[in-house]
Ligand binder design. Structure first.
Ligand SMILES: *[C@@H]1O[C@H](CO)[C@@H](O)[C@H](O)[C@H]1NC(C)=O
Ligand SMILES: *[C@@H]1O[C@H](CO)[C@@H](O)[C@H](O)[C@H]1NC(C)=O
Ligand SMILES: *[C@@H]1O[C@H](CO)[C@@H](O)[C@H](O)[C@H]1NC(C)=O
Ligand SMILES: *[C@@H]1O[C@H](CO)[C@@H](O)[C@H](O)[C@H]1NC(C)=O
Ligand SMILES: *[C@@H]1O[C@H](CO)[C@@H](O)[C@H](O)[C@H]1NC(C)=O
Ligand SMILES: *[C@@H]1O[C@H](CO)[C@@H](O)[C@H](O)[C@H]1NC(C)=O
Ligand SMILES: *[C@@H]1O[C@H](CO)[C@@H](O)[C@H](O)[C@H]1NC(C)=O
Ligand SMILES: *[C@@H]1O[C@H](CO)[C@@H](O)[C@H](O)[C@H]1NC(C)=O
Length: 911
């Protein structure tokens, strides 16, 4: 017991000496192309600079400058004869962390020119220091303290006409939070002027200084050295000088003043100084050491006594300037029995951050684009700032806010491969010119998130594949030039509609590219506006109808065939005699279509669902007696007419309706593979076998359908009854949402819908917030969709049987805390899924099922997330064969397993 107490005590009181480590250090030996090594003095590992820059040339210093005192680091260098600005990109830098960055330069007459060289150094967009290299055997240093606002930083060498810039080493050291907090913040950095350790005989750095500051000796033979082996307590929030530095000090021989000085580069430099003191002698009795401090004759501090074996410092809180030499004098006060002492000092000059760096998201995106295409050019450092060094091909907006990239011209830039999805991250871009390159892949869907993009010119490339639907989501897009490519899919409806209304100038013809065009004449002679300004309401309406119909026809017949646009008026020529308004069937026609109602493919709570076949051969599903109440009939008609106009590939389209008698009937396109619910739960005679990729694809399809209802329809349509039995699959297992737009007026299906009060929906899928407030929003659909996602992941119904109808969200909570994805994912996948992606989807589902609607993502975000996950999956199992489904599923949109009574209040688990 007693022993335990002492043990505990000693653990607590033993000074926690953290072993210095090099975590976060970036240590680069510039111009050393292949070797990594540990520095002989500091044991810090150094690496070649290849990973941080891809321009410049490597050189060795001349052999007559090499001797044992020249560190390995200085033996070689990288020089930059080309371009005005060349930059190293240092990353990762922990964001919001102050870091020290240091560069060294030893000329060593590497180029045999024996010249004097002057050039500028920048950190990011700010001028750091002007380097003047005059002694070929000297090692010049530049050091600064700065705050990382992004997770990378750049160090640039700028040729100012004073010779070829070069660099020997580059080091970055993160500092503890708060260190130098008086001097460094988001809008202010400082440059080291000098840092001295009194009483030392050699310079001291890592590991004595865990932040690898270099403390050089200050030599003045007229002073006495004091030192101690006792530990000096250096715990301090602001400067934390190393113990070893504080263990030595100097003092005059005799009781008199102590002076030291340094020279400033310019009297205009605004400086900060920190003087460090620690009493190293045990002064007892009457012995005192007390002094006044003056700088250039001005009093800075009076009656100062250094603390015994502990640090004290005097530091400037406002910068000073005006002299080219600054002299500090420490005067002993009249009653002091000992002369002044001093242990160390540091001087920094202010580096005002005058320019804002480019928005860090744009910086990240451009870094990716640069990497993907291996672009050399002058694409280094900050893309937009300083303005004089803006990257070639970019235009930026400058204002009170950080610069944004608004236009990218990569015409004839020699790009090849696919179009980088990073373009989509450049939200402010309005113009993107990528013509005359060798793109060879498809346009990624993610281009759809360039919300401010106004002009997208991808002409004269070698793009293939489909034109993504998502281009239609580019809400600001005014010009889209896709001519001169090899697309083989159809043009998405959304684009056609925009073009028809005159909002978009669209060009998709194959011609129009001469091989080496002068871009201005090319535009004059070849730009053919397919559909530009459509004036006159009538014409507009006709065009719209034609387009809707013609694209529908295309889809209905064979979505894989696409007639290549042959001429500029291609879209106007096709099918313009047909207009479509939703077909009204008579009862007699229904009898005919269904062959006298012979094939039942499902049973609803109100009536049967029959299979039918139109004269054209198109298969349809006929949902009889959709409403029973007479007053619903009028609304039904209006609604049904509306719904026949809504068209999206992920929505089950309503072919027509029948109003005869008291049994209103809806005619839908027939979805051969039945509902998602059947696939997940299995049905007699059918095996469950949706692969992970198929599940993701289905989720994405369904999400796109919902997203269209929420964002593409005016006014937005809230589905109100999203569930797996309302997600139907066609022959290709492409998912479409069924029963949208009807829940509002026509939910009379008591068996499957909770319709107490005014809440409609299916148990297990109902948004708890809606359940409490009766406020229906799009986010209610998001909740239900989240439940669908959980079903897709787990293969379990929303109300998990066997445990008192536990809701799936509650079922999953304990599994989440255990952190095992294998326990959660559907066993029938037999482990064949990507766990990272599964976590992402699970996380998405959890967010969708958040208790509060405001915490749930929008369907747009859901689509984006699913898309990015699916891309990964497709990329990773491109070569694997997906199981192809066979078997004819019946449409059965209402299923007994939906029926439940108690509404659980799902809680939102957090992982
Ligand atoms: C950085 O600091 C700012 C302001 O203190 C804060 O808003 C931001 O979230 C921080 N960023 C990170 C990555 O910590
Ligand atoms: C200083 O010296 C006095 C007398 O010599 C002694 O009592 C005291 O413990 C010493 N203080 C420290 C901190 O060593
Ligand atoms: C120290 O400073 C005080 C207050 O400024 C002053 O009164 C005193 O004379 C100074 N002593 C010396 C030795 O300069
Ligand atoms: C020395 O003089 C200063 C100022 O008068 C006073 O604060 C300090 O206590 C004195 N020290 C001693 C040891 O008397
Ligand atoms: C920078 O940090 C943010 C936030 O941690 C992260 O989202 C982003 O991907 C990082 N960028 C790079 C280029 O690492
Ligand atoms: C894009 O850059 C090329 C060459 O740098 C230039 O000829 C062309 O005019 C630029 N295009 C636009 C639209 O600014
Ligand atoms: C185009 O893609 C094919 C394979 O998909 C590749 O072999 C070829 O090198 C690519 N061409 C260009 C110009 O990138
Ligand atoms: C375009 O791509 C196709 C196939 O990917 C290739 O045969 C053709 O040579 C490419 N054309 C150009 C101009 O790169």
């Amino acid at each position: 017991m007693v022993f335990g107490f002492f043990l505990l005590l000693s653990v607590i009181t033993a000074p926690a000496i953290a072993q210095p480590n090099t975590r976060g250090f970036i240590s680069i030996d510039c111009g050393n192309s292949n070797s990594s090594y540990f520095d002989t003095v500091t044991q810090v590992p150094y690496v070649s600079d290849d990973r941080f820059i891809d321009v410049g040339s490597d050189f060795y210093i001349q052999s007559n400058y090499i001797n044992s005192s020249v560190p390995t680091l200085q033996l070689n260098l990288r020089s930059f004869p080309d371009r005005l600005r060349n930059c190293y990109t240092l990353k990762p830098v922990p964001q919001n962390t102050t870091y020290l960055v240091r560069a060294t330069f030893m000329y060593g007459n590497y180029d045999g020119k024996n010249s004097q060289i002057q050039f500028d150094l920048h950190i990011g967009v700010d001028h750091w220091k002007t380097m003047t290299i005059s002694d070929p055997s000297a090692i010049y240093t530049a050091e600064a303290l700065s705050l990382a606002t992004a997770n990378s930083t750049s160090v640039c060498l700028v040729n100012t006409g004073g010779g070829t810039p070069f660099i020997s080493s580059l080091e970055l050291r993160p500092l503890r939070n708060g260190l130098y907090g008086e001097y460094v913040n988001a809008s202010q950095s400082v440059v080291l002027v000098t840092r001295r350790n009194f009483g030392a005989t050699k310079s001291l750095r890592f590991p004595d200084d865990p932040y690898d500051r270099v403390w050089n000796p200050y030599n003045d033979p007229s002073l006495l050295t004091l030192s101690t082996n006792s530990r000096v307590d250096n715990r301090d929030d602001l400067f934390e000088p190393p113990v070893a530095v504080m263990q030595t000090a100097v003092t005059p021989k005799g009781i008199r003043q102590l002076g030291f000085f340094w020279d400033s580069v310019s009297p205009r430099d605004e400086l900060y100084a920190v003087l460090y003191f620690a009493e190293l002698r045990n002064l007892t009795g009457k012995a005192t050491r007390m002094f006044n401090v003056t700088r250039n004759g001005e009093s800075r501090f009076s009656w100062y006594t250094p603390p015994y074996l502990s640090i004290g410092y005097i530091y400037s809180v406002v910068p000073f300037k005006g002299y080219s030499r600054y002299q500090y004098l420490l005067h002993p006060t009249s009653n002091s029995t000992h002369p002044p002492i001093i242990n160390a000092f540091e001087v920094y000059s202010l580096m005002q951050l005058t320019q804002a760096a480019t928005d860090s998201r744009d910086v990240d995106a451009m870094a990716e684009i640069r990497l993907q295409y291996q672009l050399k050019r002058n694409w280094m450092g900050d893309p937009c700032a300083p303005k004089a060094y803006t990257w070639d091909g970019l235009n930026c907006s400058y204002g009170p806010d950080p610069p944004r990239i608004i236009s990218i011209n990569l015409t004839s830039a020699g790009l090849s491969g696919e179009i980088s999805s990073s373009f989509a991250m450049l939200k402010a871009v309005k113009h993107l010119y990528l013509s005359q390159n060798n793109f060879n892949g498809t346009i990624p869907d993610s281009l759809g998130s360039l919300s401010s993009l106004q002009v997208l010119d991808l002409s004269c490339n070698n793009l293939t594949g489909n034109i993504p639907d998502s281009l239609g989501l580019l809400s600001s897009l005014q010009v889209l030039n896709l001519s001169g490519n090899n697309f083989n899919g159809s043009v998405p409806d959304t684009l056609l509609k925009k073009a028809a209304t005159g909002l978009l100038t669209l060009r998709v013809d194959k011609k129009g590219c001469t091989k080496v065009p002068s871009s201005s004449t090319k535009h004059k002679t070849h730009v053919v506006v397919i559909i530009s300004v459509v004036s006159g309401l009538l014409l507009l309406v006709v065009v719209l109808i034609v387009i809707v119909w013609s694209t529908r026809r295309l889809r209905g017949q064979d979505s894989n065939t696409f007639v290549q646009p042959q001429s500029e008026d291609h879209f106007l020529q096709r099918d313009h005699q047909v207009s479509f308004e939703g077909r009204q069937f008579t009862y007699a026609q229904l009898v005919n279509i269904t062959n006298n109602f012979t094939r039942v493919i499902g049973k609803g709570g109100f009536g049967m669902i029959y299979h039918g076949c139109l004269e054209t051969g198109k298969q349809v599903a006929i949902k009889m007696c959709f409403v029973s109440s007479p007053q619903g009939m009028k609304e039904f008609l209006a609604e049904a007419q509306n719904l026949t106009r809504i068209y999206h590939r992920n929505l089950v389209s309503l072919v027509g309706y029948c109003m005869d008698g008291n049994c209103p009937t809806l005619v839908y396109e027939y979805m051969k593979q039945g509902s998602l619910q059947e696939h997940l739960r299995g049905k007699a005679g059918h095996s469950r076998g949706l692969s992970w990729g198929q599940r993701l694809q289905i989720a994405l399809n369904a999400a796109q359908g919902l997203e269209y209802l929420h964002r593409g329809c005016k006014p937005p349509i809230i589905h109100r009854d999203v569930k797996t039995s309302n997600i139907l699959l066609n022959e290709e297992l492409e998912a479409r949402i069924a029963d949208f737009g009807l829940s509002k007026s026509f939910h009379s299906d008591e068996q499957t819908h909770v319709s107490t009060e005014s809440v409609v929906g299916t148990p297990g899928y109902i948004d708890p917030e809606y359940h409490q407030t009766y406020q229906l929003t799009e986010k209610s659909d998001v909740y239900s969709f989240g439940v669908v996602l959980l079903e897709l992941i787990t293969g379990r119904p929303p109300l998990v049987p066997g445990s008192g109808n536990t809701h799936i969200v509650q079922w999953i909570t304990p599994h989440l805390s255990r952190g095992s994805i294998d326990d959660i994912v559907d066993e029938s996948l037999r482990g064949e899924y990507d766990p990272t992606c599964a976590w992402k989807i699970l996380d998405l589902a959890i967010r969708c099922t958040a208790n509060k609607g405001s915490q749930r993502p929008t369907m747009f975000e859901v689509v984006m997330q699913l898309r990015s996950c699916l891309e990964l999956v497709i990329a990773s199992d491109k070569c694997e064969n997906e199981n192809v489904y066979s078997g004819d599923f019946n449409v059965d949109q209402e299923s007994a397993s939906d029926i439940g009574t108690n509404m659980p209040g799902p809680t939102v688990p957090t992982r």
